[in-house]
Design a protein around this ligand. Structure first.
Ligand code: ADP
Ligand code: MG
Length: 737
C-alpha cells in the first residue's frame, strides 16, 4: 500500500468515488492533514464488553455475540426498511434492530460473530433489544481461538472501546470518519515531531504520532485528554512564536527619532480646558519615550470609552509633525475620522499648529492649522499634497489611508479601535516601510477591554498603555435590566428626559448569522450553507428591518411628539454623517440605530442608552454601547431591554451591572461566550482549537514562556526545521483568512 503524506489529497486515500469524499470535502476536509486534525467532540465509553444476560434497559453497552438469525422487513406504513437480528452468546440472546440500513444483512450473516455497541431499549411488546447498534466483526483468524484471548488482541475502532464521536455534518457519520481515519493511519509514514523535545518533556505532552492516535482512538479518557492538551498547547505555542517573531523582526527595524519638546507639550497642556488624568499623563509619557527612540514604537493605548484617548494620540501626532514628519490618524468609520479631525480643530486654538487634513470616501478637507482657514479640495489634489509632505497630519478611514495615500515622510501611524484588526493588518502596516527600511512608529487605540489571555497571545507583540480612570466629574451610569412589563415606565422616563433637553440612543440587535445557519440545518440539514457574503447581505437586511420597524413604532406609536432619526448600515456614508451631525446638534431627540453604529461617537448631551434585545449582545459590546452615554455633566442611564421576563434574570446581563470595570467584564465574556464571540465579526484566522485554548490563561502563559525560551536560543528557528515549517504553515493559514 503506498504511503501518504500530510498533504496527500484525501481522494488518494478513500478513493475518488467514495461518497464520504464529497461529504468530507463539504466540511472543508480535503487532505490527510485536514482529516487528522478533525478532532472528535466527545467519546462514548464502550470499553467494557458485557454478556447478553448482563444488559439492562437504558444502558449503552457492547456485547460480543453471534448472529443467530437475521431478516429484512419493510414497514410500508412508515416507508422504512427494517433489519432484525437475534444475537446470542453463552449467556442468552437479544434482538437487534436497524432502520434503513438494508446492506447490514449482507455482512451480518448468521453464524458471524461481532461486537455490537448500542443502547438497550424496551420494545412496545416489552422485550429488550439493541437499537441501531454499531457493530464490528470479530476477525476470523486461522489457528486462533475466536476473540483472540492472547496478546494479539484485535483492535476494534467502533465498539468495545472508547469510541470517538465527531461533529457530523452533511450526512457523514462518525463511523464514516473513523473508517477514513483508519485507512489514513494504516498508510501514514512516521511523522517528524515539530515541538522541541524539551518543551514536550516540560509539560508531559505526548509526541505527535502518539497524540494523533490518542485523540482519535484513545484507550482511556486520560490518553484522550493528554492528546487534546497537546494540540491546544501547540496552536497557542505556534501563535506565540509568530507574534514574538514579529516583535523580534520589528526590533531590528528603525524608526525616525521624534523627540518631544517638553516645554511646548507643557504649555500646550496648560491651554487645555481640563487637566489630563494621571493615567492619561502616564500614557502620554510612555508614548513620548517610545517616539524619541529609533526603535519603532508598537503600542496599544487602551482605555474605556470616554477615558480620553484621542487627546493623547493627537499630541503624539503633533509631536511627529513638529519633527517634520507626517502622522496618519485612522479610524474605522468616516464619522469617527471626522470626529477626530474636529477634535484637532478645537485643540488648535492657541498656535504652534501644523496643517492637517481629512480624507474620507466623501470628503477631502485641508485645515490650515495656524490661521484656522479650511478648504475643500479634490481627492487627487489631496493625494498629491500628501505625497509631497504638505499635509503633516491626515485623518481618514483605515481603508483610504492604507490604499490610496502615499506619504513622503510617515513618522507615526495611529489606529483607533484596534480590536477590529487581526494579526495581519498590523504586520502589513508595519511592512509599509519607506525605501530606506525605516518604519513609522505605531500607536493603536482600543476601548474594548481585551482580556489578558488575548492580550498576551493575539496582541502579544504590542506594548501596552492603560488609561484606567475616567476624567473627573463623570457620573456613574445607572444600568437597569428592563423586563417587558416595565417597558412602559422606561418610555415615560425617556419622554421626561427628552422634555428636559436630553437625547437618547436606541440600539436594535442584529440577528446572529449563526442562527440563520442553524435554521437551515434544522430544515433537513442538506440546504447549502450560505456563503459569508450572502450571510452578510442577509444580516444587513435583517438589521435594516429591525431598525426601520423600531423607528416606525417609536415615531408613530410611542413618541409621536418627539423628533426621531435612524441610522443603519445601508445608508450612504454621507447620509450617516448627516444624521449623526444633526443628532449632535440636537435636531433629533432619539437616534434609532443598528449595533454597527459607530463606536466611540461623542454626544455628551445623550443620557439614555436603550438596548433592545440586550441578551443577544456580548458583554464587551454592551459595555461599549453603555459607554456612549455619561459623557457629559448629566446623570445617565442604560436600559437593557429583554424580550421575555425570564431573560431579565440572565446571568450575563447581571454581570454587566455588577462588573467593576471593563477588564473584568471582558474576562467574563471570554469565559461565557468564547473568543469567537468576543471578537464578533472579526476573523482572527485562528483554528477552533486555538480559540478554545485562549480561554485557558495558564495554557496561554505556558505557551508564551515556552515560545520565548525556544526563540532565545533559536530566533530564526533554523535549528529546528520541522518547527520552522510548521510555524510557516500556521502563519500561511492565518493570512489566508
Ligand atoms: P475615548 O477614549 O473614548 O476616545 P475621547 O478621547 O473621545 O474618549 O474623550 C471623551 C471626551 O472627554 C472628549 O470630549 C474629551 O475632550 C474629554 N476629555 C478628555 N480628557 C479629559 C480630561 N482629562 N478631563 C476632562 N475631559 C476630558
Ligand atoms: Mg475614541
Amino acid at each position: 500500500m503506498p504511503q501518504v503524506a500530510l498533504d496527500t489529497p484525501l481522494f488518494e486515500v478513500v478513493g475518488a468515488r467514495s461518497p464520504s469524499l464529497r461529504r468530507l470535502e463539504k466540511m472543508g476536509i480535503r487532505t490527510v492533514r485536514d482529516l487528522l486534525w478533525h478532532f472528535p467532540s466527545r467519546y462514548e465509553d464502550f470499553t467494557k464488553i458485557y454478556t447478553v444476560a448482563e444488559i439492562e434497559p437504558g444502558q449503552q453497552a457492547t456485547v460480543r455475540a453471534a448472529v443467530e438469525e437475521i431478516r429484512a422487513r419493510h414497514s410500508f406504513r412508515r416507508h422504512m426498511s427494517i433489519i432484525e437480528a437475534t444475537l446470542a452468546d453463552a449467556s442468552g440472546s437479544i434482538r437487534a434492530v436497524w432502520f434503513n440500513q438494508p446492506y447490514i444483512a449482507n455482512t451480518l450473516r448468521p453464524g458471524r460473530e461481532a461486537n455490537f455497541s448500542g443502547k438497550a431499549s424496551i420494545s412496545e411488546e416489552g422485550d429488550l433489544y439493541l437499537n441501531n447498534p454499531t457493530y464490528e466483526l470479530v476477525r476470523l483468524r486461522p489457528g486462533m481461538s475466536r476473540g483472540g484471548a492472547d496478546g494479539d488482541e484485535q483492535e476494534f475502532s467502533h465498539t468495545g472501546r472508547l469510541v470517538p464521536v465527531y461533529p457530523e455534518t452533511q450526512g457523514l457519520t462518525s463511523r464514516g470518519i473513523r473508517f477514513a481515519l483508519q485507512q489514513v493511519f494504516r498508510r501514514l509514514p512516521p511523522l517528524k515531531e515539530w515541538i522541541p523535545e524539551s518543551v514536550l518533556d516540560a509539560f508531559h505532552f505526548p509526541p505527535i504520532e502518539e497524540a494523533l492516535h490518542g485523540i482519535h482512538f484513545p484507550h482511556s479518557i486520560e490518553e484522550a485528554n493528554g492528546a487534546r492538551a497537546r494540540f491546544s498547547f501547540e496552536d497557542l505555542f505556534l501563535l506565540q512564536l509568530i507574534t514574538l517573531q514579529e516583535k523580534l523582526k520589528l526590533a531590528v527595524k528603525h524608526a525616525p527619532a521624534l523627540p518631544a519638546d517638553i516645554e511646548w507639550v507643557k504649555s500646550f497642556l496648560a491651554r487645555l480646558p481640563f487637566e489630563l488624568t494621571t493615567s492619561q499623563k502616564k500614557s502620554l509619557w510612555e508614548i513620548i519615550r517610545d517616539m524619541e527612540r529609533t526603535h519603532p514604537m508598537n503600542r496599544l493605548l487602551q482605555g474605556d470609552v470616554g477615558s480620553g484617548k484621542t487627546i493623547v494620540a493627537a499630541l503624539a501626532a503633533l509631536i511627529a509633525a513638529r519633527n517634520g514628519y507626517q502622522a496618519a490618524f485612522m479610524a474605522p468609520t468616516e464619522i469617527l475620522a471626522r470626529q477626530h479631525f474636529e477634535t484637532m480643530k478645537k485643540l488648535g486654538v492657541g498656535g504652534g499648529f501644523p496643517v492637517f487634513g481629512l480624507l474620507t470616501a466623501s470628503a477631502a478637507v485641508i485645515h490650515y492649522g495656524e490661521d484656522g482657514l479650511e478648504s475643500k479640495i479634490s481627492k487627487k489634489e489631496f493625494g498629491d499634497k500628501a505625497a509631497r509632505g504638505d499635509i503633516p497630519i491626515i485623518f481618514g478611514t483605515h481603508a483610504l489611508i492604507q490604499r490610496s495615500v502615499n506619504f513622503s515622510k510617515l513618522g507615526l501611524v495611529v489606529i483607533d479601535e484596534q480590536h477590529r484588526f487581526g494579526v495581519n493588518q498590523r504586520a502589513e502596516l508595519a511592512a509599509k516601510a519607506g525605501p530606506d527600511g525605516i518604519v513609522p512608529h505605531f500607536l493603536s487605540m482600543s476601548a474594548t477591554p481585551i482580556p489578558r489571555t488575548l492580550m498576551l497571545s493575539i496582541f502579544g507583540d504590542l506594548d501596552l498603555s492603560l488609561i484606567t480612570e475616567l476624567p473627573a466629574g463623570r457620573k456613574p451610569i445607572e444600568t437597569k435590566i428592563v423586563p417587558p412589563n416595565e417597558r412602559k415606565g422606561a418610555y415615560q422616563f425617556i419622554h421626561k428626559e427628552v422634555k428636559g433637553g436630553r437625547q437618547v440612543f436606541v440600539i436594535c440587535p442584529r440577528i446572529d448569522p449563526a442562527e440563520e445557519n442553524d435554521a437551515s440545518a434544522a430544515t433537513g440539514g442538506m440546504a447549502p450553507v450560505p456563503s459569508p457574503a450572502r450571510l452578510r447581505a442577509l444580516q444587513t437586511a435583517l438589521d435594516l428591518k429591525s431598525v426601520k420597524e423600531e423607528f416606525d413604532r417609536l415615531s408613530k406609536e410611542v413618541f409621536p411628539d418627539l423628533r426621531i432619526a435612524m441610522l443603519h448600515g445601508q445608508m450612504k456614508a454621507k447620509e450617516k454623517e448627516d444624521v449623526m451631525k444633526r443628532f449632535k446638534s440636537k435636531e433629533f431627540d432619539i437616534l434609532v440605530s443598528t449595533s454597527v453604529v459607530e463606536v466611540g461617537v461623542d454626544v455628551p448631551n445623550a443620557t439614555i442608552m436603550m438596548i433592545e434585545g440586550a441578551e443577544r449582545f456580548g458583554l464587551a459590546q454592551l459595555y461599549q454601547f453603555r459607554g456612549r452615554v455619561g459623557r457629559g455633566e448629566y446623570a445617565s442611564y442604560c436600559y437593557l431591554m429583554t424580550t421575555t421576563a425570564a431573560q431579565s434574570t440572565n446571568a450575563r446581563l447581571k454581570a454587566i451591572i455588577e462588573a467593576k470595570n471593563g477588564f473584568e467584564l471582558a474576562e467574563k465574556d471570554l469565559q461565557l461566550r468564547g473568543p469567537g464571540q468576543f471578537f464578533g465579526q472579526v476573523q482572527t484566522g485562528l483554528p477552533d482549537v486555538a480559540m478554545e485554548a485562549l480561554r485557558d490563561p495558564e495554557l496561554v502563559k505556558h505557551s508564551r514562556e515556552a515560545a520565548m525560551r525556544v526563540l532565545q536560543e533559536n530566533p530564526s528557528l533554523k535549528k529546528t526545521p520541522p518547527l520552522k515549517k510548521r510555524v510557516e504553515e500556521f502563519r500561511a493559514k492565518l493570512h489566508r483568512e
